[in-house]
Each structure stands twice: as C-alpha cells, then as structure tokens.
Design a protein around this ligand. Structure first.
Ligand SMILES: Nc1ncnc2c1ncn2[C@@H]1O[C@H](COP(=O)(O)OP(=O)(O)OP(=O)(O)O)[C@@H](O)[C@H]1O
Ligand SMILES: [Mg+2]
Length: 311
C-alpha cells in the first residue's frame, strides 16, 4: 500500500502541504479534492518522488520514496499537471520512447502501445507533433504514457481536465477498469467525478486534511442529505409557508422562479421525511408534478469545510 506519514512541504516561509497522513490500499481509487492552491499537486509530486518533502515520508509497498525513488517510479505511472514534455516529438515517437524507457521490448512493447492507443483513442493524432495537439489530446497522450507499463500505482493529476464529455466518460471508465488491482490517486475539481470514480475522497485545504471518507459518507454530511425536491403541479396559496409547517421540516426554500411551484424541503437532523410529506400532500390534495429524494451533495460539503477554514 501507499503510506503517507506527516508529509510536509515548505517553500521558504510558505507551507504548501502541512503534516498530511493517510494510507491507500490496492483496489482503492482515492480522490483528492480541494480549492486551487490546496496542495494536491504538491502532495502528488512528493508521492511520485518528483520533489522532496521538507518533513515526513512516503512509502510505497514498503519502499521509501526519498531513499529509493527509482524503484518506486518503476511501479508507478504519473500524469502530471499540464501537457507532456518533448513537444517536438510526434505522439507515436514519444510513446515508443516512453515504452523503451519503461523497459518494454519487441512484441510486448508493440502490444502495450496498441492497447493504450486504443484505450485513450489516440489513433487520429499519432503522427502529429505533441506541441500541435489540442489540449484534450495532449492530456490523453499524458495519460497514455502514464499507463503504458501497466503500473501497480497510478497518480493522475486532474486526468479529465480539458477533455470533451465523451472522453471524460471514457477516461472515467478506463480508470475504474484499471483500478481493480491497483492503487489509483486522482485529483479533480469535478465533484461528480468523485462519486462516479472514487471509492474514497480526501478534502484538502491549505495543505491540511479536512475530511476523509467514502463519497456517500461525505454526501451524508450535506445539508441536502434526505432533502426533498418537490415540484407542485399547480400554484397553491402560501405553499412555502404551509410546507414549512410540517413537523419534521427545518426549512423550505423556493428553487425555481418565477412559477413558485418548486421547493426544496430540508429535514430536521437529516431525517427521512418522504412518507410524512407524501401523506401531507395527499391530505391537502395538492397535485404533484415531480418529487424526489436528495442523496446529498458533495459541493455542499466541499464549501462547508473549505470555507469554514478560511473564515
Ligand atoms: N515550486 C514552488 N515554489 C513556491 N510555491 C509553490 C511551488 N509549487 C507550489 N507552490 C505553492 O504551493 C501551493 C499548493 O500548490 P499546488 O499546486 O499543490 O495546489 P493544487 O491543490 O494542486 O491547486 P490546483 O487546484 O490549482 O491545481 C500553492 O500556493 C502554490 O503556489
Ligand atoms: Mg494542482
């Protein structure tokens, strides 16, 4: 597994990563979330041995990253921020070069090349210089070089940044498929990506770990957990006030203007109030166009914890 212990990075007086500790096991897809400048990329650079920690340590399958970076990097694939280097090389020449650096030879190299070109759909751009690629294709080349040697550990810094919706979906499926026996760490600003791909998420802000949990555990901490989104078929007088009078309801917010027919009903203490609300609506004989239960929203939780810190 990966074990991060008291990891700290200072740039002069500034602390970018502050005493971070966590473990990641094979089969997990860990998502790093956090505002810009939170320290996600810096943490990834220390896990991959790209930069040295100021304090603390990282070990990967019991190998110490600072002491033996090459041994660790052999079993790791890393997609850094931005585009791959060697911009004057064509995509195919670059990938052949990386395959060689990774020790792949002959038939095996050919097979792995063909596989990753298919997996990230690079066939249309194989003979283009990397510098001339669109942003999304450049990210895809970065992803291809990260997975070419089928590494046991994948560290992907915003893997879907700049990708079109089809490719975002494709890359998420790819990551899920790869994750079965690997350790995958991704950073992302797309919160639905966390629910779609990650088995666990860490929220980091100002270099510190604020929350660590499964996506649905985090969602449960949201004010929207068990809230009810109700769209009435008609306008009823004082609908909002009347709904707010239901016992277990904390507040009612109008969510769609101008009809004044759609409301979010927030329960007291996150309790389940769907049956109660349905009964109440039935008693009143109010017609309902649409009603659904909210699981909870990661963006609530994200804002809650990261804002609380900066205030
Ligand atoms: N080489 C460096 N020298 C000085 N400060 C740095 C250096 N690298 C990063 N930092 C600072 O460390 C902090 C964390 O940066 P980092 O790139 O890790 O953030 P991030 O969470 O990846 O942000 P983003 O979401 O924008 O990618 C930022 O304030 C950044 O300016
Ligand atoms: Mg970053």
């Amino acid at each position: 597994m990966i074990r991060v212990q008291n990891l700290t990075k200072r740039f002069d007086q500034f602390t970018a990563v502050n005493n971070l500790s966590f473990d990641v096991c094979p089969g997990e897809v860990l998502g790093f979330l956090g505002p810009n400048g939170a320290g996600k990329s810096t943490t990834m650079k220390m896990i991959t041995g790209f930069i040295e920690p100021s304090d603390g340590k990282v070990s990967v399958f019991d190998m110490h990253v600072s002491q033996d970076p090459q041994a660790v990097q052999t079993i790791m694939g890393y997609l850094p921020e931005g585009a791959p280097a060697y911009g004057e090389m064509t995509v195919i020449a670059f990938l052949q070069f990386i395959a060689k650096v990774r020790g792949l030879k002959g038939e095996q190299a050919e097979q792995r090349l063909a596989k990753v070109i298919e997996q990230v759909e690079l066939a249309p751009v194989l003979n283009k210089p990397i510098d001339t690629l669109s942003k999304g294709f450049a990210r895809r080349v970065g992803l291809a070089q990260a997975i070419i040697h089928d590494p046991k550990v994948l560290i992907l810094d915003e893997p879907t940044d700049g990708l079109d919706p089809n490719q975002k979906h494709q890359v998420r499926e790819l990551i899920k498929g790869l994750a079965k026996d690997k350790i995958v760490i991704i950073s992302t600003h797309i919160l639905e990506e966390v629910s779609a791909v990650c088995s666990r998420a860490l929220i980091i802000s100002e270099g510190q770990l604020l929350l660590d949990g499964k996506p649905d555990e985090l969602e449960r901490q949201s004010r929207h957990h068990n809230a009810i989104c109700l769209q009435l078929a008609d306008e009823y007088a004082d609908a909002q006030q009347q709904l707010a009078s239901i016992d277990q309801i904390e507040t009612v917010e109008a969510v769609a203007e101008p009809e004044d027919r759609t409301f979010m009903l927030f329960p007291k203490d996150g309790q389940m109030l769907l049956p109660e609300v349905v009964r109440w609506l039935d008693d009143k004989q109010w017609e309902v166009e649409n009603i659904h239960l909210e699981k909870g929203r990661l963006d609530d939780v994200f804002r809650q914890v990261t804002r609380a810190q900066t205030v």
